[in-house]
Write a protein that binds this ligand. Structure first.
Ligand code: HH2
Length: 296
């Protein structure tokens, strides 16, 4: 389904602990800060809290609208991290950033206790790659706090997700999954206005699934919530260009530009300075298309 409505009707913005984050005027950049030893691209680069904070401050300087801080890698086959270790890695960074930046801080976790501690330390968005499925207490932590929440599609768990993933129609299956997770979230008291949705590029998907999802991303706009998309340096890009994660920035730029054209409102990226320019140009071109449609 190609949407015939202007993009702005789909994506007014989101609420995160009482703060309205607008993503109508232009798509937002979510800068990735991984406080991990083993993330697929930046693992080990910012695993010391001071390094992670310095990196995050740099991303804000470069134009990040949101910081997404994570302390557990979710790359395919990643070994899960215990709650205590995840808190120990994450909290000093979130606490210091909350003191020093004004952009919203998102915490990339599937554990309710980690999310609660990060919210107490000043985060205002929970980015849950399990869409509230891995921890039964996560939904109530989000509901009670009024945090913004990213509900992402994943098939299986990071340990198993790349083992022969199959779909009837990957786009329809992802739409149905996100619809169901959004309904469940709202039943537990999370307001629709606090929800963002993410097709989960690379999470239980083969190359063709990732390409199909990005190509038909506009079909997800019918869910009526801002779309988060995270193609940054992922292995589907490596498969296409034959380069390691170190050298996938141009491939990422292509994916980001096309995702913006098809309705993405929040781009989760490692390379903020570069992708901020890509998003600006892609959004300017895409908005001409939207205003032409509106005037037609
Ligand atoms: N991708 C990663 C982690 N979290 N969250 C959302 N909402 N969407 C994504 O596409 C997404 C995500 C994987 O990227 P990265 O954090 O760089 O790697 P790792 O999981 O190895 O730390």
């Amino acid at each position: 389904m190609e949407s015939s409505e202007p993009l702005s009707l789909h994506c007014c913005g989101l609420l995160a602990r009482g703060r309205f984050i607008a993503c109508c005027e232009r798509p937002l950049i979510m800068g990735v800060v991984n406080v991990t030893p083993d993330s697929f691209y930046d693992g080990g680069r910012h695993s010391k809290p001071e390094r992670a904070v310095a990196h995050a401050l740099e991303l804000v300087e470069q134009g990040a609208d949101i910081l997404d801080v994570g302390a557990e890698s979710t790359r395919p086959g990643a070994i899960p991290v215990g709650e205590k270790e995840e808190r120990t890695r994450l909290l000093p960074v979130v606490t210091e950033l909350a003191r020093r930046v004004t952009v919203p801080i998102s915490v990339d976790t599937t554990k309710s206790a980690v999310a609660q501690a990060a919210l107490d330390a000043g985060a205002s968005i929970v980015n849950d790659v399990s869409a509230l499925r891995f921890d039964p207490r996560m939904a109530s932590v989000v509901a009670r706090s009024g945090a913004g929440v990213v509900l992402m599609h994943m098939k299986g768990t990071p340990l198993t997700m790349q083992q022969d993933p199959r779909y009837r129609d990957v786009v329809e299956d992802v739409v149905q999954f996100l619809e169901e997770r959004m309904r469940t979230a709202m039943e537990t008291g999370i307001s629709k206005l606090n929800i963002m949705l993410d097709p989960g590029i690379g999470f239980g998907k083969l190359l063709e699934h990732n390409l199909e999802l990005l190509n038909r991303l506009a079909e997800l706009t019918r869910l009526g919530r801002p779309l988060v998309v995270g193609p940054s340096r992922k292995s589907f890009i490596g498969r296409l260009v034959g380069r390691s994660a170190e050298h996938r920035e141009w491939g990422t730029a292509a994916a980001v530009a096309l995702a913006v054209d098809r309705g993405a409102r929040i781009l989760r990226v490692h390379d903020v300075a570069m992708m901020a320019d890509v998003v600006k140009v892609a959004a300017a071109i895409a908005s001409r298309k939207a205003s032409n449609r509106a005037g037609a």
